[in-house]
Design a protein around this ligand. Structure first.
Ligand SMILES: [Zn+2]
Length: 159
């Protein structure tokens, strides 16, 4: 039976940080602020995967008070989510995600994000959907103050 999960994440854009989304370093004047590499896309996907197996959010497993995860590449969080799904005898069916960012243009980086996420989860790239949209200049995302991501995941679990 396929179980569906949902995830959402947002980080502030600040100067002096690299912008990393889906494990791709994207040239931009600002980057996402956070304890780890602040990869909002990977974090949203982690929560969707964990939600599908009835688990708590990724921050519970990797608390931002723990110095081990300072500037950590978020693919380790995805690898942990995949490990938990395997431990539950589950199989990832698909992941679909949308990044909401006013700037920069993300389309040229989508293929790289897909490849990184598929590799971290041990699935094929055609099981990963990544889209990007702007916020039409409205609100904090539209003003370039932050970037958000939302994701869903399907996990096949034995009844
Ligand atoms: Zn996050």
């Amino acid at each position: 039976m396929v179980h569906v999960g949902i995830g959402y994440d947002v980080h502030a854009l600040v100067e002096g940080r690299k912008l990393i989304l889906g494990g791709v370093e994207i040239p931009h004047a600002k980057g996402l602020d956070g304890h780890s590499d602040a990869d909002a896309l990977m974090h949203a996907i982690c929560d969707a995967l964990l939600g599908a197996i009835g688990e708590v959010d990724i921050g519970h497993f990797f608390p931002n008070s723990d110095p081990r995860w300072r500037d950590a590449p978020s693919k380790v969080f995805l690898e942990e989510a995949a490990r938990q799904i395997s431990a539950s005898k589950g199989r990832i069916v698909n992941v679909d995600a949308t990044i909401i960012a006013q700037e920069p243009k993300l389309f040229p980086h989508i293929a790289g994000m897909k490849a990184n996420i598929a590799a971290a989860l041990g699935v094929k790239e055609n099981q990963i959907g990544i889209k990007a949209t702007t916020n039409e200049h409205m609100g904090f995302i539209g003003r370039g103050e932050g970037i958000a991501a939302m994701a869903t995941a399907g996990v096949d679990l034995q009844p």
